[in-house]
Design a protein around this ligand. Structure first.
Ligand SMILES: [Fe+2]
Length: 295
């Protein structure tokens, strides 16, 4: 990429909203020249034990957008999250924007439509979303160029959104000292994850990278921003010099030790429908399912 093109892409203002409950980081990405904005990976709070939703995280994002007078154009989901519910429909109803996800959502809907025995009324064509991004699709946020890159592996529908000089990597990369996300959910693929991570690391070295998750370590709190150069130099799973087979072996061995995320069952059921909650049944209440034999 030439310097000229890179300069032309622009530098968005990125504001992070870390959620300590689910270790998710949501973002408001704004074009400082026009006030156009995207919201990436929003969070709907749930007390799962009580079956109770709340809107503290989403309301904080909405308040920020309104205080700054931003015009929300996009509500981006980097993927179907398994550890938190999306607040995209709640936010969309208040500040607008189009909800977008990768076109491979259809594979995720097919897989988990079966797992949760969804009826024929559950369309598995991605039509619950306003936009299905294909690999290489270009769009804009005000005057800032953005491109969606298919980065499967953690899930088949994972995408990285490069918005100006900032890339929102979802769970394809973690901070350098944490490596990568797991690749063992249905549809996950460690080999694809390695190739996707290396695709991100082929972006210009100074590209700002923003994580979707961080769990902190014994020596630091939550962190979420790094660069391509930092990841290439120090990522413990996919940094320069680590080959695909070494990664696949390490990732597969580690995944075999991991428990399912606490909120995976409610998260998948809601997020595969673009964050829409189940319809009320004849009692007027809404219910989520728990498959007794698991995923
Ligand atoms: Fe994820």
């Amino acid at each position: 990429m030439s310097e000229k093109t890179r300069d032309g892409m622009g530098r968005p203002d990125v504001t992070a909203f870390p959620d300590p409950d689910t270790h998710t980081i949501s973002y408001v990405v704004a074009d400082p020249a026009t006030g156009a904005a995207a919201i990436v990976d929003s969070v709907l709070d749930i007390d799962y034990a009580a079956g109770r939703l709340s809107y503290r995280s989403a309301d904080a994002v909405i308040a920020f957008v309104e205080e700054r007078g931003l015009g929300v154009e996009w509500l981006i989901e980097t993927h179907v999250h398994a550890d938190h519910l999306s607040a995209a429909p709640y936010i969309q109803a208040r500040v607008g924007g189009r909800i977008g996800i990768g076109e491979k959502i259809t594979i995720v809907q097919d897989t988990f439509g079966k797992v949760f025995n969804e009826g024929t009324e559950f369309a598995r064509d991605g039509s619950q979303f306003d936009r299905l991004f294909q690999d290489g699709d270009r769009y804009g946020i005000g005057g800032i160029e953005a491109v969606a890159l298919s980065t499967p592996g953690h899930t088949p529908a994972c995408m990285t959104h490069v918005i100006g000089d900032a890339a929102f990597v979802g769970d394809t990369l973690f901070m350098p000292d944490a490596g990568t996300a797991r690749a063992d959910f249905p549809g996950g693929d460690a080999r694809a994850l390695y190739r996707s991570a290396r695709r991100i690391l082929a972006l210009p070295a100074e590209t700002r990278l923003f994580m979707c998750h961080d769990y902190g370590t014994s020596t630091r709190g939550m962190a979420w921003e790094t660069t391509v150069a930092e990841e290439r130099a120090r990522n413990i799973h996919v940094g320069d010099g680590i080959d695909e087979q070494t990664f696949v072996d390490k990732r597969t061995a580690r995944d075999a030790t991991l428990d399912m995320p606490r909120l995976i069952l409610p998260s998948l059921q809601v997020n595969m429908k673009a964050g829409r909650l189940p319809e009320a049944d004849t009692s007027g209440k809404r219910f989520l399912k728990v498959p007794i034999d698991g995923l």
